[in-house]
Design a protein around this ligand. Sequence first.
Ligand SMILES: [Fe+2]
Length: 470
Amino acid sequence: MCRTAGQDRSKKSLQIFIENPKNQRVIAGLAQPSSFDFDIASGFLATVCKEIPGIQSWENLYRRVSSLRNCPNLSEVTSDLRRLLNTMKTRDARAGSLVATHRQKRKLIVECGLRQKSYSVADILSNNIPDTIPPITVLWRERSDSDRKIRRYTYLSEYEGPEQLTGKRIERTTDYDMIYLHNDESHIVLSGSPDKFEVELMALRQVPTGDGLYSEGLMSFLSQAVDAARDVRRNIRPTHDGVMNQIGLNMGPRHCRVFGAAKSFTKKLTDEQMISHDHDIIGAVSVFWAICQAILPEDIRSTINQYMEDEQLPALQTRNVEPGSGFTLHIKEKPFFFPYAPRAPPEAYINKGYGAPTHTDPTYCCFALAFIVRRVIDRSHPARQGAKALQDHMGGNYVDVRLGVIVASAAGTILAFKPGEMHATTLSHGACNYGYAITFSRRLADGYRELSGEKKADYFIKSEEIVSHA
Ligand SMILES: [Fe+2]
C-alpha cells in the first residue's frame, strides 16, 4: 500500500487502497477459511488503520466499502470482506472458551524451557550455565579412522546374538572404539582444547525440562502427529527400516528436479484434512525449533541461524499451508495458538522406527537437529529375550562413526549432530523411536540458490511485504 505526499487523505485514501490489486488479493486470500492467517490479517488491518482515517476494525472497513456503492470494482472487495468477517466470526464462535488462555500458554512455555537465558559452550566449560538448564557433561573426543573405520552403507548392530538380515553388511559396534551417551544426563562432545574447541555433537535430555501437565500433553501431541504422518504421508525411504516422511520444501524426486513444497500425502484426503495434518506438523516442528533456539548453546544456534540468514531461507510451509508465521499445538484437545512465533526452517522430516546404514548427508550447514518424542520397545522381539537380550537403551541409536559416539535414544532427547560426517542408526531389534528432524540439505539449498529473487519471494512472504508492496 503506498501513499504519495500531498494526496488528499480524506477523499483518496480508500480508493488508493482498493485500487491496489495486491491488496485486493490479500482481502480475497484472507476470506478463504482454509488458509486464513491471523498474522497477515492483523498486520494488514494495522496498516489499513494507520493509512485510512476513521478505520479501526474490519467491520469499519466493511461498512466504509459497502457505502461506496458507486465505485467500480467494489462489489468483489465488498463480498470478500463480508466473507472475511463471517470467517472470523465462525472461528471465534468455535474457539470460544475452548482455546488455551494466555496464562495456559505461558505455563507451557515455561515447562518447555522456552524462557531460558542464553549461554555458550564457554559457559559450560566454566560451569556457568543458567540454573534452568540441566547439568551438561563435557566429553573431549577426536574424530579418527584408526579404530572406527567402517565402510559406507554398513548396518551397525549392538546385538551380540545372530542377526536376521541376509545379504547385508553388518558390523557390531562393540568391535569398534565407541562410547555411549546414556540418557540420564545431557552431553556435549568437543574436539580440540578448551582454548580452541569445536562442537562435534550435543545431546540434551529430558526436554521439555518440566514434568507438568502441558509438557506431557505436548509430547503426546507430538507422537500422535508422527503416527498420523505415517498413516497418510508418503514414506520417502521405502528401502530403509521404519518410515520417514517429509514436509516443507524439497527438490522433488531425484529424477525430476523441481523446487517446491513436497507432495506429501498418499491417501485421498479432503482439503480440510490435509490442511489440518499440515498445521499439526508445522506446529510440531516449529515448537521443536523454538525449544532448540531456547536451550542449545549460542555456538550451535548462531551457526545454524547465520546459515539461514545467509541463504535467506524461508520458513516452513506446505502445499496446503502458505508461508507465514505462527503455529498451533493441540494439547489435551485444546488449541494452543502462538500467532507471532516464528515457524521452523523449510525442510523437516518425521520418523517412526527409522533406521539407516552408515552414510553422509551433503549439507552446507554443519549441524542438523533431531528430537525424539517417544520410544517404545517390543519386548516380544527375539533380540529382547534370552541371555543375550538387548537392554532397553540399545537398538535404534544414533552413531557418529568417526567420533565413536553412540547416543542412547530416549524420549525427550534433542540432538545436534553433523550430518556431513559418517553416521547411522543401529538396527532397532524391536525399538521404535518417534521423532522429528530439521535439516539443511545441499540439494535443497542448491535449488533455492538457483531461484531468482522474484521466485524466492513466492516462498518468503511476510505480512508486512504483502501490505506494503505496491
Ligand atoms: Fe542421515
